[in-house]
Design a protein around this ligand. Structure first.
Ligand code: FE
Ligand code: FE
Ligand code: ZN
Length: 277
């Protein structure tokens, strides 16, 4: 069974996202915990969350992915921005206590001229402060394309965050296919080699989710522009090899391709048709 879904708008509430996912043939989905480019958040609706929980159970949903806002930068140079990151992460984790089927994914951050080493230290420090042991949610670091001063452009930086944080052994990784290809991991011609490297550097058991995206830009471009499935530099064959790979095929896949709902439905149908077994 292929576990696949797409990014959905959270503006209609929790239960409605579940229903929307089901209506397009998905058995999971991703949503922003709050306005992705600002950070404002609606009041938490506990009964809506509980209704989604029963809905997901009833329909055997795979884990869903909550995505932190893009404005969350735990390793910013300015203290006020780092403070926003701490508050946002803590608040989102508090809410997610009520959504046990969700993991929280975040972009490690951009170190803005402080250097990757300092960035890693700040990110680990933020996690130590807010990701306390009473929080059951698995937090995922996303692999980044390496544009600007992004931390997480290679596997060793993600590993370094895990090693620097006391919460490190509770962290997982979300591998974004567009990002790693843009970062210079050749998952088109050497998928096995990249997965071996992931295992060697981070440990394969840490891989919890895949963002399944094609890329608008060529290999190692460090750009991060997602493309529709099969219409970019990765191509359909490479993405089909990824969903069928013995080390990946059990993981949940989340589309973040430039689509409306009908486009997502078509991609999910296409990929379900290419899934073996
Ligand atoms: Fe992301
Ligand atoms: Fe992503
Ligand atoms: Zn991206």
């Amino acid at each position: 069974m292929l576990h696949i879904g797409c990014h959905l708008s959270c503006s209609k509430g929790y239960l409605n996202m579940g229903k929307e996912a089901l209506s397009i043939g998905a058995d999971t989905f991703q949503f922003f915990t709050r306005n992705p480019r600002g950070g404002s958040v609606k009041p938490f609706d506990l009964s809506d969350a509980q209704e989604l929980n029963s809905f997901m159970q009833e329909h055997a949903f795979a884990p869903v992915l909550a995505h932190a806002p893009y404005t969350l930068n735990a390793c910013a140079a300015e203290e006020s921005i780092r403070d926003f990151a701490r508050r946002t992460m803590r608040e989102d984790l508090e809410r997610l206590k009520h959504l046990p089927n969700a993991m929280l994914n975040f972009h490690p951050g951009s170190h803005v001229k402080q250097g990757a080493e300092r960035g890693i230290e700040l990110i680990a420090g933020m996690l130590d402060e807010v990701y306390t042991s009473d929080m059951p949610t698995t937090v995922l670091l996303e692999t980044m394309a390496g544009k600007g001063s992004e931390v997480g452009r290679d596997f060793s930086q993600l590993k370094a965050i895990m090693e620097a944080s006391k919460a490190g052994d509770r962290l997982g990784v979300c591998l974004d296919t567009c990002h790693v290809y843009d970062a210079g991991y050749d998952i088109v011609n050497d998928l096995d080699g990249v997965l071996d490297e992931f295992d060697r550097v981070i440990g394969f058991e840490r891989l919890k989710a895949i963002h399944l995206n094609d890329s608008k830009n060529p290999f190692a471009s460090h750009k991060d522009r997602h493309e529709k499935i099969g219409q970019g530099a990765l191509g359909l064959d490479a993405l089909v090899r990824i969903i069928n790979h013995p080390r990946l095929r059990h993981l949940p896949f989340y589309l973040e391709t430039p689509n409306e709902l009908d486009g997502y439905a078509a991609e999910i149908m296409l990929l379900r048709g290419k899934y073996e077994g």
